[in-house]
Write a protein that binds this ligand. Structure first.
Ligand SMILES: [Zn+2]
Length: 256
């Protein structure tokens, strides 16, 4: 018997790979105020257009061996990574969840991918993508009104917890440890994940960030001020906890 979710999942994966290509364009061009529609995909160094047969997500990168066909400039491994990540998450959504939840999941996943990579490049989280996520969540809960209360608790928990971490670390390190964008991000993550998963996200996300910070400091051997974008850690830990769908009631009962 073939798994019932495989067929919709596979179609979603193909669409997700294609949308992933578009997300690369958004990540690259939007912070520079360039159009995301025109011009067509081109090499950012020599300007040569990328042929249609080189516009296949992930595969093109390997067909071209990661280089521009004309000037041989190396393309970042990030392009196929974003496409693969988006395709994979879209597959998971339609493989795993019923329709309305799957739609919310793909909007959240793609938006969080864009937020993460723009944060990595520019250390800023554009409000536009926070708003896209917020609108998607509001539309979703409009059709699932019984989940509203949990969502509001999620927002409250996320903002209070992360706000507390912010005040504490700012006091400890005597500098800004995160931005407004991180608090906005945790608000939408809280609405999507609910109070327990968003708390777990902040805890695990902070831990992973600290470890990454430690490794970065060890590798470079410098102790000067270092800034790491916090957004990607929160975003991807949040997606992971949503996918894990841990049964917190049993876990809490186990501990007690
Ligand atoms: Zn080129």
């Amino acid at each position: 018997m073939v798994d019932a979710g495989l067929f919709p999942g596979s179609i979603a994966a193909v669409l997700g790979l294609m949308i992933g290509s578009f997300l690369n364009v958004v990540i690259y061009r939007l912070p520079k105020d360039e159009s995301v529609v025109f011009p067509r995909s081109h090499c950012t160094v020599c300007g040569v257009l990328i042929n249609w047969y080189h516009n296949i997500p992930v595969l093109s990168y390997f067909m071209l061996r990661g280089k521009c066909a004309k000037c041989h400039t190396k393309f970042s491994i990030r392009y196929p990574l974003v496409e693969f990540l988006n395709g994979g998450l879209w597959f998971w959504a339609f493989y795993q969840y019923p329709l309305p939840e799957a739609l919310l999941f793909i909007v959240m996943a793609s938006t969080l991918i864009v937020i993460s990579f723009i944060d990595i490049d520019y250390m800023v989280i554009p409000l536009l993508f926070i708003l896209i996520a917020a609108v998607a969540i509001i539309v979703y809960y409009f059709f699932a009104p019984h989940q509203w209360v949990l969502a509001m608790w999620g927002v409250l928990t996320g903002v209070c917890y992360l706000g507390g971490v912010y005040l504490l670390t700012r006091g400890m390190f005597k500098k800004e440890t995160m931005g407004m964008g991180d608090l906005q991000l945790i608000a939408v993550l809280g609405a999507w994940l609910g109070p327990l998963n968003v708390a777990a996200t902040i805890f695990a996300g902070s831990l992973v960030t600290l470890i990454a910070f430690g490794i970065a400091t060890l590798l470079s051997g410098k102790t000067e001020d270092r800034a790491l974008p916090f957004g990607p850690f929160l975003a991807f830990t949040g997606i992971a906890f949503y996918m894990l769908n841990l049964d917190w009631n049993s876990i809490i009962a186990l501990v007690n």
